[in-house]
Design a protein around this ligand. Sequence first.
Ligand code: FES
Length: 607
Amino acid sequence: MTPRTTFISRGGSQVTEADATFLELARLAGLYLPSLCGGRGKCAKCCCHPRGPVTDPSPLETELLSRDELAGGVRLACQARPLGEVEVALEEEILEKGGYTEVAVTPEPPVEKAFLELPLPAPHDDLSDLERIRQTLGRPLWAAPPVLRGLPAALRDAGFRATVAIWDHGAAGEELLAVEGGDTRGRAYGIAFDVGTTSVVGYLIDLFTGREIARSSRLNGQQPWGADVISRATHALEAPRGVADLQAAAIGTLNRIIADCCGTVDPREVYYVTVVGNSLMHHLALGITPATIVVSPYVAVSRDPLQVKATELGIALPNAWVYFLPLIGAYVGADTLAVIMATDLDESDEIRLAVDIGTNGEMALGSRGRILACSAPAGPAFEGAEIQHGMRAAVGAIDRVRIQEDVRIWTIGDVPPRGICGSGLIDALDQMVRRGIVDPGGRLLPRPKLDGKIPPKVLERVVGQDHSWEFVLSWDPRVVITQDDVRQLQLAKGTILCGVRILMEELKIDTTQIASVSLAGAFGNYVDKRSALGIGMLPAAIPMDRIQGVGNAAGQGSRMALLSRTIRRRAETLARKVDYFELSKHPSFEDVFIESLAFPHPPTRGD
Ligand code: FES
C-alpha cells in the first residue's frame, strides 16, 4: 500500500499518496516546510511532528535532534518518511501582510472596455465574428487564437450583447483581449506582485480607480530549495530540472496568491500583472538560468523590461499580460527600482537613503540628480536563519527584549517562547551591547569578567565556559544567544553599514546631508529604530526622527507601475540611470567593512 500523508494547516488539509520524505511530500502538495539547507540534513529547521507509522530515525536525525526531541516524536522532514496513514500538522507562519505607505497614482488603465450590441449573423450578412466586432467598434482589432477559440460561445451565449476588452500595443495595433457577455465595462483588475526570496505578496487592484480589493502574502514556494539566493541558484545549476523546479514553484506561489485574492473577482477580468523581484527571482520566474548572475563577472541575461502573456508562464489568468519591471543590475533588481520610486528618491531635491532589508540588503542613496545603489550580502541572519534559536516572525517568536535588573522578553501571540525573530535579535543584541555583555568587538564576555558589573540576575544568564559562552533569554523553554549568533548578526549589520558608508563615500556626502532614511520591508516596519542605531546598523550620526519604516515599498512600486504607463516609462528610464556597483569589488570595501563591524556603544549601566 502506498503511504498516505495528510498535511493539516490553517487552510485545511491536503492529502498526498507517495513514498517520499515529508519534505518532498509537502513540496508535492505545494506546501511550505522550513528547510534552510534545502533538504541536505544540515540545518535541523525542517522539524515536524508526524503522527502515525514512520521510518526509524536516520543517523543524521540522531545527530541533529536531541534524545528528548526524538522521544517526543520530533523528526526531520527531509529524512523521515511515512510508512502508512500519517498526519502532519504544519506550523502557521505570520507572514508580512504587505502593508506600505501609499503613494497616490492617477490610474491610466492599460485596457479599454466597450459594450457592443452586434447585429446577428444572417444569410445576407456573412461577416466573421471578429469582423463583426471590428465593424461595430470601427477599429481594426486583431485577436490571438485563445480568444478566437472562445469567441463563438461568448457572443452567442450573450445574444451578441457583449463587452470587449481592448489592449493597445501602440505600433503593433490593438488586441482583442477578451469578450465578455453583457455589460462589464465597470470591471477591470490587475495584480501587482513583489516576489521576494522568502515571501511573495500580491495586491489585487481595480485598474480604473486604483483601489486595492484584496491582498495576500505567502511564503515563496522555492523555500524547499534553501533560504537564500545562493542555495536556490545551486539547485538551479546542479539539478537536472533545477530551473524548471524553481520556476514551477514561483509560478505556483503566484497562482495560490491569485486564488486567495480572486474570491469575489473573476480571474478572467484580471488583465494586467506587474512583477518586481530581485534579479534571481526575476530570472527563475521566467525560467531563465541564473548561471551568469552567480558566477563572476556577475551579469544578468537581460535587464530589459519584459511583457509576456500570463498563460505563457502558466499563470492562471487567461486574459492577462504580465509586465516584469527592468533590473538595475545582477544583484540589484526590480524590487530596488520599485523601492526607489515608492520612496520618491528619484524625484527628490534632497538626498535620501532607502534600505530594503530582506534575505539580502539592497540600498539606494541619492536624489533627482544622481542615484547610487548596491546590494549588501547581509544574509538571512535578520530573518532568524543561521541563528541557534532563530525563527521567522511566527507565534512564539521573541520580538522584543529589555535588560535591566533582569531580562524581560515579549513574544508574538503572548505565548511561551519558541525562538527569536529578527526584531528580537536586534533588540537583544542592542541590550547586550548597552549592558556591556557584548563588547564593541563582538565578544560575549565570560561570566567572571562581568561579575559586579551587571545585576546578579542578569549575570546568572551568562552561562558556559572557556570560549563558548551564551546568554540565556529564556530558561524554559530555553532560548539563548550564542557567541556564534552574535558573530552572524555582527557580520550582517556590518555589511549593511558598510554598504551605506560606501554609498556616502561615492556620493561624497556626510550624514548631515541625508534628509531621510526609509527602511523598507517587514523588517523596517517592525525593527526598533533605537536598537538598529544602537547596534550600528546605520551611521550613528543619523537622527532617529529622520528614519522611518515604509513597509513593503517594493510592493508599492509594483502597484504604481501596474496603474500607470507613465510610471512604467519612469521605471525604464530610471533603471538605466541608477549607478550600480558591486559592493565587494569597491576599493574601500575591506577597510570600511572591518570598521563597520564594531558595535558603537561603550558599556554603560542603566542606559
Ligand atoms: S535538515 Fe532538513 S531541511 Fe535542513
